[in-house]
Design a protein around this ligand. Sequence first.
Ligand code: 5RP
Length: 261
Amino acid sequence: MKNRLAQLIQKDGKALFLPIDHGYFQGPTHKLEKPGETIKPLLPYADAIMLTRGVLRNCVDPANTKPVILRVSGGTSVVGEDLANEGLTTSITEIVRLNASAVSMSVFVGSKYEHQSLINLTKLVDECEDYGVPVMAVTAVGKELEKREARYLALCCRIAAELGARVVKTYYCPEKFHKVVEGCPVPVVIAGGPKVDSELEVFEFVYDGMQKGAIGVNLGRNVWQSEYPVAMIRAIRAIIHENYAPKEAQDLFEQVKAGKA
Ligand code: 5RP
């Protein structure tokens, strides 16, 4: 367990995870139509990638040594009835066979399927703890993006940690984000959500989230849907591992974009 966690969370205690699992309910997401191509230039700057077994098998070179966080919940789609109605999609044998450094699954607190997703989390934790595989819980909101506020997120993160998650991924919120992190006894990483309007906006929320106690990010669309994904990931990496302020990150972004760094 400690060894796997050390593969994900770096010696400075920080982490940059790159998720490309969106297809498991969204299908061929914009700029992720060919996930293997999307991640190629980004891999050197990520501490781990998060993806499903299907994309791992079919789109990632088996010689890849970047740690893998395997998405093991699903069974719903954007055109289906309710995104919260997820089940576990991957057995522990497969998780171990694919040499995952961790697994991730969504919990839908407050939804019609709250109980089901939380019990799924406990079952996954029970199996994964036997094999020393950390579980990262994703506090999902489905299509209800307005749920992303501190009291709700704090509730979700705490419950996920209490049920055995080793890491929790949640959304950043501008108000009282420190309360979300302080109420959670395991490390918290920030998810990005839909692409926002400017790069600086991303740098600002990542920086603020880190100042308030997050250990890093699990950021997808705001990286690979950017016109300059490598510049984006390098700037975000500098905030996480080199404590760059948002404006410094913006400068680095501009330099990389111009081919000067
Ligand atoms: C999808 C996920 C994604 O990995 C997560 O939302 C992070 O990606 P993005 O920054 O694009 O939101 O768990 O359910």
